[in-house]
Design a protein around this ligand. Structure first.
Ligand code: SF4
Ligand code: FES
Length: 359
């Protein structure tokens, strides 16, 4: 039976790469480990490129801790060209990518040289990646430039049967697609920010804390002031306790005068003995406002039916005592009423000076 061997014609990365760098260390001409994932270098998407690198690609796949390196092989008649030379082939494949790309004469593996496939020309002029070796030397990990090749061109260049992740890898490698930061990367960025915060001096931290507390206190103070301003009335509706109740001549005849009932809560009453009194409009039962009924010549409380004579003395209903009187005086021809001074009949105060005005 004729001897045959397997050669890799297609290699790709399945989802799940943990970016451990092992594959690039093993076979840098094929694998390019970037920030987010590992990608297959554009030139390694050709069968003629991967065929001679079959042993190191297989070694990389076997060394991948999450087994996401996939490949396709074809059976080729004859013995493997690297049979018995696996060690040299692996050593050549593991050489620094820069040296490999430079086409050094020392290489044991034949890497296709010459102009790249025209389908990749645009991609290769727009994508620039560096190896882990250059990263460890302090160079930029990945430099992605805006691609000049539209996504459709990249997709069609890969062929219809290209694995989905190979398309994604080509897009990422060309710089056409910038993957969204992963959760891990965002956590790292957050940790970096926290590290910066912890790098603050104690004094800076205390100042920042004081400013923050000041802002909080100012906010609550403003809110409290607004609330207080809202709750406290701006004007008092309380009528002044001392007021002029018109002229004495405004009360020519005995009777009840109601012009200050609404505004001051006072009836000016000229009694039949020609004395002038200022009577409170507050019922002595529970504080309702009685009405003056001229026909009945009495005050009648609408709440519980208490009745008061024109003098203010109670005579019916639950009111326990007469209506109160306020102090009255003369200011020239004007009548002055002082509501801060009250006179109560049951206390014998109606005869005191100020309880009435003798006209
Ligand atoms: S060895 Fe596997 S997990 Fe590690 S970088 Fe390569 S593909 Fe990713
Ligand atoms: S409040 Fe006037 S009678 Fe009750």
């Amino acid at each position: 039976m004729a001897e045959t061997h397997q050669e890799i014609v297609k290699v790709w990365i399945a989802p799940g790469c943990i970016v451990c760098d092992a594959c690039e260390t093993e076979c840098p001409p094929v694998f390019d480990v970037q920030e987010e994932t590992c990608v297959i270098r554009p030139e390694a998407l050709k069968a003629e490129f991967t065929r001679p690198l079959t042993p190191s690609i297989i070694a990389a796949a076997e060394g991948c801790p999450v087994e996401v390196i996939k490949f396709e092989t074809v059976e080729v008649p004859g013995p493997a060209p690297w049979a018995g030379k696996e060690a040299q082939a692996a050593e050549a494949a593991a050489a620094p990518a820069g040296a490999a790309h430079a086409g050094a004469a020392k290489k044991a593996v034949t890497v296709p040289q010459g102009p790249p496939d025209p389908r990749w020309a645009g991609l290769l002029t727009t994508a620039h990646t560096t190896t882990s070796a250059s990263r460890s030397a302090g160079g930029p990990s990945v430099e992605l430039r805006p691609a000049k090749v539209p996504a459709e061109a990249i997709a069609s260049a890969l062929g219809k049967d290209a694995p989905p992740d190979a398309r994604t890898a080509a897009m990422v490698g060309s710089g056409f697609v910038r993957p969204r930061p992963s959760v891990v990367e965002r956590i790292r960025a957050r940790a970096g920010a926290l590290t910066q915060t912890q790098g603050m001096t104690r004094r800076q931290f205390n100042v920042a804390l004081a400013v923050a507390w000041g802002a909080i206190i100012a906010t609550f103070g403003t809110a409290a002031a607004a609330l207080q301003s809202f709750l406290v009335p701006k004007v008092t509706k309380e009528p002044p306790s001392l007021f002029r109740a018109g002229k004495l001549s405004d009360y020519p005849n005995p009777g009840v005068y109601e012009q200050f009932k609404g505004s001051q809560g006072v009836w000016i009453v000229r009694l039949r003995d020609n004395s002038l009194v200022a009577v409170s409009t507050i019922c002595t039962h529970l504080g309702c406002i009685p009405n003056w009924l001229p026909a009945d010549q009495k005050f009648k409380c609408p709440c519980h039916g208490s009745g008061f004579y024109m003098t203010g003395v109670n005579f019916e209903g639950p009111a326990p005592r007469p209506l109160e009187r306020y102090k009255v005086a003369l200011d020239g021809e004007y009548v002055l009423v002082d509501k801060s001074v009250k006179f109560r009949q049951e206390l014998g105060q109606w005869t005191l000076p100020g309880a009435y005005l003798q006209v």
